[in-house]
Design a binder for this molecule. Structure first.
Ligand code: FES
Length: 124
């Protein structure tokens, strides 16, 4: 599966809806999501070429003053980036990876996936 990803030498930390994850550097955010969830992202309704907008995220970059919207299929992973919003298709594809199990001692915040967002996604 490594040929799916652009060559990388290390994993970098990003935060997605409050959960810290390690993903391959030098890859797009959508490819990083595929690394996290290889069983769902390839089957999502993603065009992978900046047309469908199903990969929209809102992200706070370490050197930026405010969060901004971007396309996960276009933007590359940046160490320390904090993704605070995901398009419904991404929420649906990543839902099982962003749930913190009860009693987890990781000290990381639970993801803020509104149940209404999940319900709306499931009806699509
Ligand atoms: S996957 Fe279609 S715009 Fe990003």
């Amino acid at each position: 599966m490594s040929e799916i990803f652009r060559p990388y030498e290390r994993l970098v930390e990003i935060t997605v809806l409050g959960k810290t994850l390690e993903v391959p550097e030098k890859n797009t955010v959508l490819r990083a999501f595929q690394y996290i969830s290889p069983e769902t992202i390839p089957y999502g309704r993603f065009c992978w070429n900046q047309e469908c907008q199903y990969c929209k995220i809102t992200c706070q970059l370490p050197d930026d003053d405010e969060a901004r919207p971007m396309l996960a299929c276009k933007f590359h992973v940046v160490t320390g980036m904090v993704i605070i919003e995901l398009a419904p298709e991404l929420v649906w594809c990543l839902r099982s990876k962003l749930v913190v199990s009860p009693g987890s001692s990781a000290g990381r915040a639970a993801p803020a996936i509104p149940s209404s967002t999940l319900a709306a996604t499931q009806e699509d």
